[in-house]
Structures are given as structure tokens and as C-alpha cells.
Ligand binder design. Structure first.
Ligand SMILES: Cc1cc2nc3c(=O)[nH]c(=O)nc-3n(C[C@H](O)[C@H](O)[C@H](O)COP(=O)(O)OP(=O)(O)OC[C@H]3O[C@@H](n4cnc5c(N)ncnc54)[C@H](O)[C@@H]3O)c2cc1C
Length: 468
């Protein structure tokens, strides 16, 4: 998303502001608006020439519980169930204070976003959710709405302005220096520079297990903010839990929008280059991603039939099988033998795998990998026997880094001793502690909106040296 008309984008850099926000993804835009609503002169610096970061590349799903849309669709969900799921999916490693904070503020943030014009589509279930709570929204429109509202309250945005170093007077952060040497002083700084999925060196340092994974995200997401805060002694959380997502087309393709597809959750099996299955396909897509990375050549295929194709839904990116067929991203054949040859698998291998899978289902025998459902605990596996047959080349992609700076419940950045680094705040993918050892779909966009708003508001509470 480049600068759209009506946005408060400027080229001049003020020398001093109240709240300085770094990064124009959802966390930064929410922080900017919240600070402006609190009456502060707020400025956002974005490194690239575009607004959006990973936010506008995403599938746009937010995890909220207790919403109007859920009620309209007759979905029973609650804040308590959300809290239980978050604790469970993070295997108890998520910071309970941040989980509580999210649960306490998610509905207010959802209402705030809606008041600013954000609209959510049909809710569906996804990874780690025991009730459907993935709320899809157009994220480009969302950011535009937040920035336009912030601009109406005097906030400003400067694009192509990469923050390079945090300025610190020994007691607190006082502003930033840009890569070109210019400086902006501020009463408080909010780091919202996203994760580091596009920085191979940082990935190698924190997640060597992702060496063979593909990478996706905003072009500017190189971990700049993380490094700037680490230079001031900031602590880190959750770095061991960086995971990749399964289902991404593993060859560069102009129609790969970055989300991949998950035909496995509608009936497909996943096979490796030996034509063998390698995982219980109902597991969450991070675990399947790990299993796929361990396969020879890290190349796998999701194999399905006409029955699964009939469940395609072009409205939901991960179920957009028909769209991918139209884009020429699927291999297909009238027979399993033909599909096996089209993929280039060893002769007879896929035919054997499909025959064994179908026979176990027909005879009611336990699945070789323990698969009892389609996705999580939902849906019954179906045989792969209705032509035509399809294969989608599928790899594991790091879309987000899930770990990052240690923050407290005011979104203040903490050092390794748990002490706040004066007047430094952070929100969004740059922060750690919330997801723990696992991941619920929609909680990255969710935490960017919920915690971004809080960070902006709390930063605005800092004592001001600015008259405006
Ligand atoms: C393909 C894909 C699909 C996804 N789908 C989902 C989903 O459906 N649901 C979900 O919850 N999550 C999803 N995610 C993850 C989610 O999109 C991100 O975690 C979230 O949008 C991060 O928001 P953010 O505001 O923290 O960072 P971003 O949106 O990445 O924004 C950070 C911004 O900071 C800028 N920046 C970086 N360094 C500097 C600097 N030095 N100075 C100034 N600016 C800087 C960047 O250029 C960027 O614009 C997906 C991610 C991808 C890639």
C-alpha cells in the first residue's frame, strides 16, 4: 500500500514530537491513532516508501472472542475460552500477564477498530481455536482508516525514513537518529518495526532450524527495532519458538500471495518426494511445517481428489484451491498413477500410499499417523478416490517471528533485569512473551491491534516537554 490520498503523509521531519512511532504496520498505525486521540503530537516514521509491512501481506485474520459477527453466526465463544486456548496453545509458556491483558482489552480494541470503520467478514475456525474466532478484514483498508483518523487529530507520517539508532540520555530514550543522520526528539518512542522474517542473519542466530524454510513478510522487516532496543539492554522472550507455516507454494510463483493453502484440513494427504505420508495432517500447520522441513529435499505435496476440491472457498485464502487451479499452481490427472508421474514420484509410490490410506478408512483401521480428524478435532477424513486428482507443491514458510522484546503490561520495553527502559514502548510482532511455545491463528494481527493501541495510549501518558 503506497501513500493513498487522504493520508497524513509528509516529507518534512519535525525536530521534536510528543509520541514517536516507528513502523507503519497495524501496531504502529494503532499506536499513532491512540496517541493522537490522547491529545499528543504523534509522528510515525516508516522505513520503506510504503505503508503496511507484513500486515498488508497477511490473510488479515484477527482472533477475537465475544464479537457481534460471532453472535450473528450463532458461534458460542467467550473470553474465558479464549484465555484457556491461549494458555493451552502456548503450552503454558506464554506470559500469563500478557494473555490476561489481551483477553481484557481485545473486545474494546475490536470495537474501537469498528468505530473507525473496520469491517469483518465471515468468521471461521483455524489453528488453536476451540471455537471459530478468525475475523477476516481488509488490512490495507484498515490501516488507511486508522491513519486518516490519526491525521484528522494532527498526527503525521513520514515514509522512506528508516530509524537507525535510539537516542538515550542515560536515564531514558529521548528520540531517534535516522540512517541519514537527522534526529527527531520525542517524549516517548513506540517501536512497531515488526519481526525479522526477512533477515536471514537474525533467523540463523535465533532459528537455525528454519534454515531451509521459505521466507515471507514486509520488505522492511529486518529486525531493526529489535537490534536498536537490544543495544539498550532489552530482554527477549520466546526466541526458541519460531516456527514456519505449512502449505506455501515452494517455487516462486506470481500468484503465491504468501499464505499458501491447507487442503489437508479439507481431506488432502501430505506426501514427500518418496511418495510417502509423513505426518498426521490434522495437526496444526506449524507442526506439519516442522515435519515437512525434515523430509528429504524439504519438498512435499498436498494430494487430494475432486471431493476435496468441491470444498474450495475462494473467500478464505487457505482454502482457495480452485483459484490455484485457475492460476496453474496445481498438478492434476484423471488417475493417481498419472498424478504420480506428473509430480515425478517413484513409480507406484503414490498409488501405494493412497491405496493404503483409503483401505484403512474403509476398514475402520487406525490411521498409520494417528489421523482421526480433518483439522484439530473437527471433521472426518475421506478417501481419495474421486477423479480428477490434484497435487499442490507445498513447503514451510516463516511468515512471522512470534518472539521478541520483553514488555510489561503497559507495553514498556524491559531490560534483562526486568526494569523498564525509560520511555521506550513496543507493540506488534517485535514483542515476545504473548504466544509462548505455540500459535493460535489471528493472534499476530490481534496483538498488533490490541497492544498497539495500548502502547500508543500509554506512551501518550508520559510527561511532556512539548507545547503544541
Ligand atoms: C503471508 C502472511 C500471512 C499472515 N497472515 C496472518 C493472519 O491471517 N493473522 C495473523 O494474526 N497474522 C498473520 N500474519 C502475521 C502478521 O501479519 C504480522 O505478525 C503482523 O501484521 C505484524 O504487524 P506489525 O505492525 O507488528 O508489523 P508490520 O506490519 O510488519 O509493520 C512493521 C513496519 O515497520 C517498518 N520498519 C522496519 N524497520 C523500520 C525502521 N528501522 N524504521 C522505520 N520503520 C521500520 C517496516 O517497513 C514495516 O512497514 C501473516 C504474515 C504473513 C507474511
Amino acid at each position: 500500500m503506497s501513500a493513498l490520498p487522504g493520508l497524513p503523509v509528509e516529507t518534512d521531519l519535525p525536530g521534536r514530537v510528543g509520541v514517536l512511532v516507528l513502523g507503519a504496520g497495524l501496531a504502529g498505525c494503532a499506536a499513532l491513532l491512540a496517541a493522537a486521540e490522547a491529545g499528543r503530537y504523534a509522528l510515525l516514521l516508516e522505513k520503506t516508501g510504503e505503508i503496511g509491512g507484513s500486515t498488508v501481506k497477511s490473510a488479515g485474520l484477527s482472533a477475537f472472542a465475544g464479537t457481534d459477527e460471532q453472535a450473528e453466526q450463532g458461534i458460542a465463544d467467550s473470553v474465558e475460552l479464549l484465555r484457556e486456548d491461549l494458555v493451552e496453545v502456548g503450552r503454558g509458556r506464554g506470559d500469563p500477564a500478557l494473555i490476561d491483558l489481551y483477553c481484557e482489552h481485545q473486545l474494546a480494541a475490536y470495537r474501537w477498530l469498528k468505530e473507525h470503520g473496520v469491517r469483518y467478514g465471515e468468521i471461521h475456525a483455524a489453528s488453536g481455536q476451540s471455537a471459530p474466532r478468525s475475523h477476516p478484514a481488509d488490512t490495507t483498508r484498515m490501516l488507511h482508516l486508522l491513519l486518516a483518523a490519526a491525521g484528522a487529530r494532527g498526527a503525521r507520517v513520514v515514509l522512506g525514513a528508516p530509524a537507525h539508532r535510539l537516542l538515550h540520555d542515560g536515564a531514558r530514550v529521548t528520540g531517534v537518529r535516522l540512517a541519514d543522520g537527522r534526529e527527531v526528539l520525542a517524549d516517548a518512542v513506540v517501536l512497531a518495526t515488526g519481526g525479522f522474517s526477512m533477515n536471514p542473519e537474525l533467523l540463523a542466530a535465533f532459528a537455525p532450524q528454519m534454515e531451509n524454510a521459505l521466507r515471507q513478510g514486509g520488505a522492511g522487516n529486518q529486525g531493526d527495532g529489535l537490534k536498536m532496543a537490544m543495544a539498550l539492554g532489552a530482554g527477549l522472550r520466546d526466541t526458541p519458538y519460531i516456527k514456519g507455516t505449512y502449505g506455501h507454494y515452494h517455487v516462486e510463483h506470481p500468484d503465491e500471495d504468501g499464505t499458501g493453502i491447507l487442503a489437508v484440513y479439507k481431506g488432502a494427504i501430505a506426501v514427500n518426494r518418496e511418495g510417502r505420508r509423513f505426518v498426521d495432517e490434522s495437526r496444526n500447520y506449524k507442526e506439519i511445517g516442522d515435519a515437512a522441513l525434515a523430509q528429504p529435499g524439504v519438498t512435499t505435496w498436498q494430494v487430494f481428489d475432486a471431493r476435496t476440491m468441491a470444498l474450495a472457498n475462494d473467500e478464505v485464502p487457505i482454502y482457495e484451491f480452485a483459484g490455484r487451479e485457475r492460476a496453474g499452481m496445481l498438478l492434476s490427472s484423471g488417475t493417481v498413477a498419472g498424478l504420480e508421474a506428473a509430480i515425478g514420484l517413484p513409480g507406484g509410490s503414490l498409488q501405494r500410499t493412497v491405496a493404503e490410506y483409503n483401505a484403512a478408512l474403509r476398514d475402520g483401521r487406525a490411521d498409520a499417523f494417528g489421523r482421526a480428524h480433518l483439522s484439530g478435532g473437527v471433521g472426518d477424513p475421506t478417501p481419495i478416490d474421486r477423479p480428477p486428482f490434484y497435487a499442490h507443491p507445498s513447503g514451510t514458510v516463516v511468515l512471522a517471528t512470534y518472539c521478541g522484546l520483553t514488555v510489561d503490561t503497559r507495553m514498556r520495553v524491559l531490560d534483562w533485569w526486568g526494569e523498564p527502559i525509560g520511555r521506550l514502548y513496543a507493540a506488534g510482532e517485535i514483542t515476545g512473551g504473548f504466544h509462548g511455545a505455540g500459535y493460535m491463528t489471528g493472534t499476530s494481527i490481534g496483538k498488533s491491534g490490541v497492544f498497539g493501541r495500548l502502547a500508543g495510549r500509554n506512551a501518550a501518558d508520559e510527561e511532556s516537554e512539548l507545547q503544541w
